[in-house]
Ligand binder design. Structure first.
Ligand code: GLN
Length: 191
């Protein structure tokens, strides 16, 4: 198994370290030619969704990745990655990959409350650490989306088939369970 990590901007190294701890090898996607490499799943890291979206367009990687996700490539978006996957963004005119039936609310906790940590239940795993950094949440979900975690009534993790998103950063804590959850999703697609 090989998992690609989108490495244009943001916290991609931390995801690679988590996967290394799980014994999964990774490749970095930095330019269009990297898309020719072989990978079974994709992680889109946290960072700045507007910057990542702009780079995906400029580097001509957006449409290729969008088509692969629509074709069933397992994808895990954290924070900005969640925003990139959202079909609709409440406070932004521009969408990006737009493959998941969720409405993302950017900077949903306000700019004042930049970053915070808590523990909260995740469906099928139990209580896990959650680090939020200028985090979005999911304002609403539609067809095919399963809610996996809610924090104080706001949706912070969800899945739609091959697509997994969290508004928090599981790569910034020692707990490997969400990455393991994604690796299990990828494993099921490998024959
Ligand atoms: N606020 C960022 C955005 O809108 C996301 C923050 C993050 O990824 N930590 O893209």
């Amino acid at each position: 198994m090989q998992i690609a990590v989108l490495a244009l901007q943001g916290a991609f190294i931390e995801h690679e370290q988590m996967l290394a701890k799980l014994g999964v090898s990774t490749i970095e996607l930095r330019q269009k030619s990297d898309l020719a490499k072989s990978f079974d799943g994709l992680i889109i890291p946290g960072g700045e969704s507007t910057v990542q979206g702009k780079l995906l367009r400029e580097l001509d990687m957006l449409n290729d990745l969008k088509a692969r996700i629509k074709n069933g490539l397992p994808v895990f978006g954290t924070c900005a990655g969640l925003i990139l996957l959202a079909k609709s963004i409440q406070n932004d005119e521009r969408t990006h990959l737009a493959t998941m039936n969720i409405v993302a609310v950017r900077n949903a906790y306000g700019r004042q409350l930049g970053s915070f940590y808590d523990e909260c239940a995740f469906e099928g795993i139990g209580k896990i650490p959650m680090t939020f950094i200028r985090a979005p949440y999911i304002g609403s979900v539609s067809e095919g989306v399963e809610i996996l975690a809610e924090y104080h009534g706001n949706i912070v993790a969800a899945r739609q088939g091959n697509q997994l998103v969290t508004s928090f950063h599981p790569e910034l804590n020692d707990d490997l369970s969400v990455h393991q959850y994604f690796v299990d999703m990828v494993q099921k697609t490998i024959k």
